[in-house]
Design a protein around this ligand. Structure first.
Ligand code: ZN
Length: 168
């Protein structure tokens, strides 16, 4: 606590520093700086602030106050009657629903299963390829995820089409 009080004051005249001055790591107030007065030790500015130390110095009261404000804000948002927008559909989903109309629940679940199967199959293939080539797994992960998304998309399409055929 003493440390904070010392640092928050001008090293020369003892006047309280503004928050901006303190935040910039200055030890002199603006009038001392303007007058060209330098601290006795050296003319150099204080080193930049150690933010972990700064965090330690933030009082619990302040944190509690901030948390209370956040809570208040959350309650305010929940009680307001702003409509919650549905998630933006993917271009593929938009295209399909344009062509075929909105998907039925069965089509949605078959498409989801198709995606999961396509993704899993791709991961399995990538894993086999990795075991075969002896490449580190890290080299496989990105192409695996990209390929998984593509294979999953194709699987979803197949699942969707199957569901439509079945519904006829
Ligand atoms: Zn001063």
């Amino acid at each position: 606590m003493d440390d904070v009080a010392v640092r928050a004051r001008c090293a020369l005249c003892g006047r309280g520093l503004t928050f901006e001055e303190w935040q910039a790591g200055r030890q002199r107030c603006s009038s001392c700086r303007a007058a060209g007065r330098a601290p006795a030790s050296s003319g150099a500015e204080a080193p930049p602030i150690d933010y972990t130390q700064l965090l330690d110095e933030v009082s619990d009261d302040l944190l509690n106050e901030l948390l209370a404000l956040l809570d208040e804000e959350q309650v305010r948002r929940r009680s307001s009657r702003e409509p919650v927008l549905p998630p933006e559909p993917t271009p593929l989903a938009r295209f399909l629903s344009d062509v075929f109309g909105p998907p039925s629940p069965r089509e949605q679940s078959w498409a989801a299963w198709g995606f999961a199967l396509g993704f899993a199959a791709n991961v399995l293939l990538a894993k086999l390829a990795q075991a075969e080539s002896g490449a580190p797994l890290a080299d496989i992960v990105v192409p695996m995820l990209l390929g998984g998304a593509t294979a999953g998309g194709i699987g979803a399409l197949i699942g969707w089409a199957l569901a439509r055929l079945r519904d006829r």
